[in-house]
Design a protein around this ligand. Structure first.
Ligand SMILES: *Cc1c(COP(=O)(O)O)cnc(C)c1O
Length: 540
């Protein structure tokens, strides 16, 4: 398939991949996208392979202690099912050789995924591939050298010919450095090598928050060897000073994309002062339906004679309720409205927006009119994020029968929540959510979205028909003002639309569930997304 394909052959580079709950090579949305992308590539027979890292300890297993404090635990994971390619490549870190072993993951019905691993007896720096997003600046740079430079060398060792190198987020940028260096080794000067390499590289940007776009000091990069032989001036010509990985990737790619239409506008504004960058278009994210969507729900929605939508939904709601019982020893009520919310604990995602006015929300929780199940992790070094979780856990202690926090958010919880909730609440501060995919999972499972008009939702929302919006897309730099505005809007929709429809107009609710599924299942499927990647950025 690889050599015979008439389509461009793609090597997709990503720091994380969410394949299955049992493989700890992911942290969140970026990995979910990458995993779904490789699964879709397999389903639809695209010539795509993935390059990533075999994380020994994965991301944090994040737990809550009895004082509601969040703490991180790490375990060594073993993956007996990985195939040993018997191949190794070397990269230089602090002027020392580091050997990277190449494993192949070809289980789980996905395109071939090659994972690099430095945990070998011959290495002094075995730790590099220990923890996904773990450690400080030097370890991140070392990890990115393994992914990027090691990744390109792995492709050469594997003898895989590639037409397009696709960087999923700026982490993979050093792969571009290696493509440039390869050309320079044949005598081509830097500028021309950059120009030629650009032709082979495409880039997906994910982060609409300036601080979220990683940058490094030039001296650090040089001391660790991330410059890959480039001079200071050459480095700065790509990523500026300090060196910004997103800027570097925008300058070292032929074309770039943001991950929703709104994010495309945001990204273009954000980077408008960057010269010599590639054009940023939009390709909205999507999900791998067989991984996330209950087939019975899809079938029931498609069959106009079927009355099974509600019965099937209740089956999924019961699964979630029994999981909560098992984990947290709390028995939720299947007849009461269940709101799901699960996000990385970052301030702009405003996990506790719904608790803004306790006078309004407290009676609803006490009467059992609404129940909320939260989940989500904070980055291990993010104390603000951990406080957000602590705050949610404290609310769950205050309202033990109607507020639940599920610790250690992962794919299993993600699936249960987006299948078993009645409503999927999402309230990022616009326009800071690049896309979001959990809302797509919910929508296709007949779980109604209740969301600000951020990320993917403006493209799908038909207010009152397939879910609800609140906040009318208002934006403001005045955080106090916009949070109050959005909280009021949330209450208004919750009290006047969501709750009455759920309890008093069940028929209408069920027809909204059906609309939700039918209006999202095609457009937000990886099938459409892969077609767009090919037609808009892979094929010149
Ligand atoms: C779907 C999913 C995500 C992505 O969700 P968003 O918050 O919508 O970006 C992250 N983590 C897990 C475990 C998921 O299942």
């Amino acid at each position: 398939m690889w050599s015979k394909s008439p389509l461009p052959r793609i090597a997709y580079f990503s720091m994380e991949y969410a394949i299955d709950a049992s493989i700890k090579t992911y942290a969140g949305g970026l990995g979910i996208l990458a995993g779904d992308y490789l699964k879709g590539s397999k389903d639809y027979n695209y010539p795509i392979i993935g390059i990533g890292i075999k994380w020994k300890q994965g991301y944090t297993d994040q737990l809550i202690d009895e004082n509601s404090n969040v703490y991180d635990t790490y375990h060594n994971y073993k993956y007996d099912f990985l195939k040993d390619t018997k191949l190794k490549v070397k990269v230089k870190i602090y002027e020392k050789d580091v050997t990277c072993k190449i494993w192949l993951l070809d289980k789980f019905k996905l395109a071939p995924l090659y994972l690099l691993d430095t945990d070998l007896p011959e290495n002094d720096n075995r730790w590099i591939t220990n923890q996904l997003y773990g450690g400080f600046e030097d370890s991140r740079l070392a990890q990115e050298i393994v992914l990027g430079i090691g990744g390109v060398r792995a492709l050469r060792a594997l003898d895989i010919n590639v037409d397009v190198y696709h960087f999923n987020e700026g982490h993979a940028l050093f792969a571009g450095f290696e493509l440039v260096r390869e050309k320079m080794n044949t005598g081509i000067p830097f500028d021309e090598a950059v120009k030629k390499s650009k032709e082979e590289i495409v880039f997906t940007t994910h982060t609409p928050i300036i601080e979220g776009n990683e940058s490094h000091s030039i001296s650090r990069m040089i001391s660790i060897g991330a410059n890959n032989g480039f001079t200071i001036e050459q480095l700065i010509s790509l990523g500026g000073c300090p060196f910004n990985m997103t800027v570097g990737a925008l300058r070292l790619s032929r074309i770039s994309n943001a991950v929703s239409k709104l994010h495309g506008e945001t990204a273009n504004k954000m980077w408008k002062n960057i010269k010599n960058k590639s054009k940023i278009i939009s390709i909205t994210n999507a999900i791998h339906i067989p991984t996330w969507v209950d087939e019975d729900m899809l079938k029931a929605a498609e069959d106009s004679n079927s009355n099974n939508l509600w019965t099937n939904h209740i089956k999924n709601k019961r699964k979630l309720i029994s999981f909560v019982k098992e984990r947290n020893e709390i028995e939720l009520n299947e007849n009461s409205l269940l709101i799901g919310f699960s996000r990385r604990a970052a301030p702009y995602k405003r996990s506790n927006l719904i608790f803004s006015d306790m006078k309004i929300i407290s009676p609803l929780l006490k009467d059992g009119k609404i129940q909320i199940v939260f989940s989500g992790k904070a980055h291990p070094l993010d104390d603000t994020g951990k406080d957000i979780i602590k705050n949610l856990v404290n609310f769950s202690k205050q309202y033990p029968s109607s507020v639940v926090f599920l610790e250690n958010y992962d794919m299993t919880i993600g699936k249960l929540l987006t299948q078993g909730s009645d409503v999927w609440l999402n309230n990022p501060r616009r326009p800071l959510e690049a896309s979001g995919t959990s809302g797509m999972k919910a929508a296709m499972n007949g779980v109604l979205n209740l969301s600000t008009l951020d990320g993917w939702w403006p493209e799908a929302c038909r207010d009152g028909i397939n879910g609800w919006q609140f906040g009318d897309g208002l934006q403001s730099d005045d955080i106090y003002f916009i949070d109050k505005h959005d909280a009021n809007a949330l209450y208004e929709v919750l009290m006047n639309k969501v709750i009455p429809t759920f309890y008093l107009e069940r028929k209408k609710w069920i027809s909204m569930m059906k609309n939700s599924i039918l209006s999202t299942k095609d457009y937000f499927s990886v099938k459409r997304m892969l077609e767009e990647y090919y037609s808009k950025i892979y094929i010149k």
